[in-house]
Design a protein around this ligand. Structure first.
Ligand code: DX5
Ligand code: ZN
Length: 222
């Protein structure tokens, strides 16, 4: 069970970067809750996107929370830059951080929400020592790097485990599911215990983006 109302986070990975202002407006008008920004370095994942400048420029366009997902090999080198650029949440990958505890504290010391993410091949148990420190856990349900892939169902078992653990211990992190979330998979993702649904290709390819948001939340579309 999610902790509260479902939060939707359209991912600009699937947006048209040459019209980024309009794309941000599209998220606002459709009723998206957060803006998900995938930062890729061509090293941790086999793709490149953008850096702090994009976050800075988008910060000037919207008051929606900027949910920055760092898919980069050396998160410590860039946290200060993304914080100054106006990120609200900074999520890094467990697989990229030897001293994840320190990285989490650096993010917290900058006044930002702390997120930690795992790729499909990393077990939920690997997060256990850090769970009390986190505001957000991103469970990747595709191998990161590209939008438009199919959700790996097996990863939802980790969402169930993380949901059970937070109930058992009273932890307060939100569970965010990233990859292959659309109106067909959203129910299973929510039933597993997710609070935040990232949606890239499904949101930006939708003819009526507001309907897509409602469908993700499970609200009836008239
Ligand atoms: C994948 C990214 C996702 C991506 C999801 O590496 O982390 O945030 O935008 O895209 P869809 O919703 O198309 O799977
Ligand atoms: Zn992401």
């Amino acid at each position: 069970m999610s902790l509260g109302r479902i939060i939707t986070a359209p991912s600009i990975l699937s947006a048209d970067f040459s019209r980024i202002g309009e794309e941000i407006k599209k998220i606002e008008i459709a009723g998206g809750d957060w803006i998900h920004l995938d930062v890729m370095d061509g090293h941790f994942v086999p793709n490149l996107t953008f850096g702090p400048k994009m976050v800075h420029d988008i910060r000037r366009l919207t008051r929606l929370p900027l949910d920055v997902h760092l898919m980069i090999s050396e998160p410590d080198s860039f946290i200060q830059d993304f914080a100054s650029a106006g990120a609200d949440h900074i999520t890094f990958h467990l697989e990229a951080a030897v001293h994840a505890h320190r990285t989490a504290h650096t993010i917290r010391s900058l006044g930002k929400k702390v997120g930690l993410s795992i790729v499909p091949s990393t077990p939920a148990e690997a997060l256990s020592e850090l769970l009390p420190e986190l505001d957000i856990v991103i469970v990747m349900t595709v191998d990161p790097g590209f939008g438009g892939q199919s959700l790996i169902e097996r990863c939802l078992e980790k969402v169930r485990k993380l949901d059970a653990l937070r109930k058992q211990h009273g932890y307060r992190y939100l569970i965010e599911v990233d990859g292959g979330v659309n109106r067909d998979t959203a129910n299973r993702v929510k039933e597993a215990g997710a609070d935040v649904l990232v949606s890239g290709s499904a949101f930006f390819s939708a003819r009526f983006p507001a309907d897509e948001i409602r469908a993700l939340r499970g609200e009836t579309i008239v």
